[in-house]
Design a protein around this ligand. Sequence first.
Ligand code: F6P
Length: 482
Amino acid sequence: MKRLVCVSNRISLPRRSAPPGGLAVGVLAALQHTGGLWFGWSGETSEEPSAEPELLVRGNIRFATIDLQPAEFEAYYSGYCNSTLWPLFHYFPDRFTHDQHHYEAYHAVNARFARHLAKLLRDDDAVWVHDYQLIPLAAYLRQLHFQGPIGFFLHIPFPHLQVLRLLPNHAELVRDLCQYDLVGFQTDDDLRSFLSCCEQPAVRSQDGVIEAGGRRVRLGVYPIGIDVDQVRAEAAATQAQETVERLTASLLGRKLIIGVDRLDYSKGLTERFAAFEHFLETFPDNKGKVTFLQIAPLSRGNVHAYSEIRETLERTAGRLNGRFAEADWTPIRYLNRNCSHSTLMSFLRAAQVALVTPVRDGMNLVAKEFVAAQNADDPGVLILSPMAGAARELGGALQVNPYDKRGMALALQTALNMPLEDRQQRHEQMLAAVREHDIHSWYGRFVYDLSGAVIRRPTEARAVRQIRNRRAEATAGEFSFG
Ligand code: F6P
């Protein structure tokens, strides 16, 4: 039986209290199910990182972490990952910068990850690499003679060639991705964009395999999901928590509109604030009757684009409150703080409307969490941007273009006044969709495909195809990694 080894830039250590994001929740769920190893950056920097990874064992998971040097943090993390790849992959060519030194640091850190990881790997391991920070990792692991299957999942969008080719090293990036045996995307659109970037117009065989750079690479779409029952349980159980009760009491019966996003320009927060202002102008009856709670934990603070958007939002929230607030009413409550996951789930449950309006997003799990957290007898309404991967599944949401403040204001008015029956029908459809593509189906399908992804001879390919067909009936629970 194979051991699953997950690798991500940053890992979520159990002893840290910060609530993990979508990637961390997904990796943790997979590893809790299969057991295995999670390797990545500790989140710390040190001038002289230890020669060996720090190891920690919790239950059936081994965590192995390394520190980054401050210079690596600057050039690799703040530089290439978050000033080059992040803006470009989210279709922000005007925010993207290219610096060859950052690209070299990106490769040097990937090579260092590979050297540390190779020492921990066993021949029968299957390696699952996560996200844009680690695209070249497979190539380095191959150089170090690792023969087992290596898969890659991209948690963020993949841009079309028309955008990717702004990057001087784009061809190398695509070649590096083709060193994996399996490459997974959030949506069909992302997969198609990737195909647009392959050298030859790549032809996908029936079982999703392409030939690229002399290798056979399996491609697939694996929309990430959530643990629906856990979210429902958390949302219901923490309702009696003091923080949640204080929030509900402080609303004084007003309706609650909620947004929960890492503070990032891709989340459409400036556009959302502008739309809320327009809503109060256009539908003034709502003044004093609704509260908009935006939770936006700070992120990547030493990247200019992030400090810039932070200042903009602070200014906008202050101006808007100054303009509309009454002695006993503040229209926007803007928090740069994180709450525990369970408190957040209760806040989502307490809200009548959620605004999930990114200008570009891989999936956006808050949309799915909002649906799962609702009380089915009296559910809230989701306002969702079609630019989020989640919009492919959540047809019951009110879809709005995040740049269209009139449309957003109208959607808010519709949502706040939607009859119960309509809300229930929409919620039922969305809850079924969230259940269909839940977290277990995400990792179950990916890990299953990864185990059959190393195809070298046509006979093997046929055998794997037969297994894949049988897999259609298999559930994540029957998966046989140990
Ligand atoms: O989901 C995208 C992502 O960049 C993940 O790779 C990462 O775990 C998360 O967002 C948080 O980003 P960061 O580690 O840069 O704070």
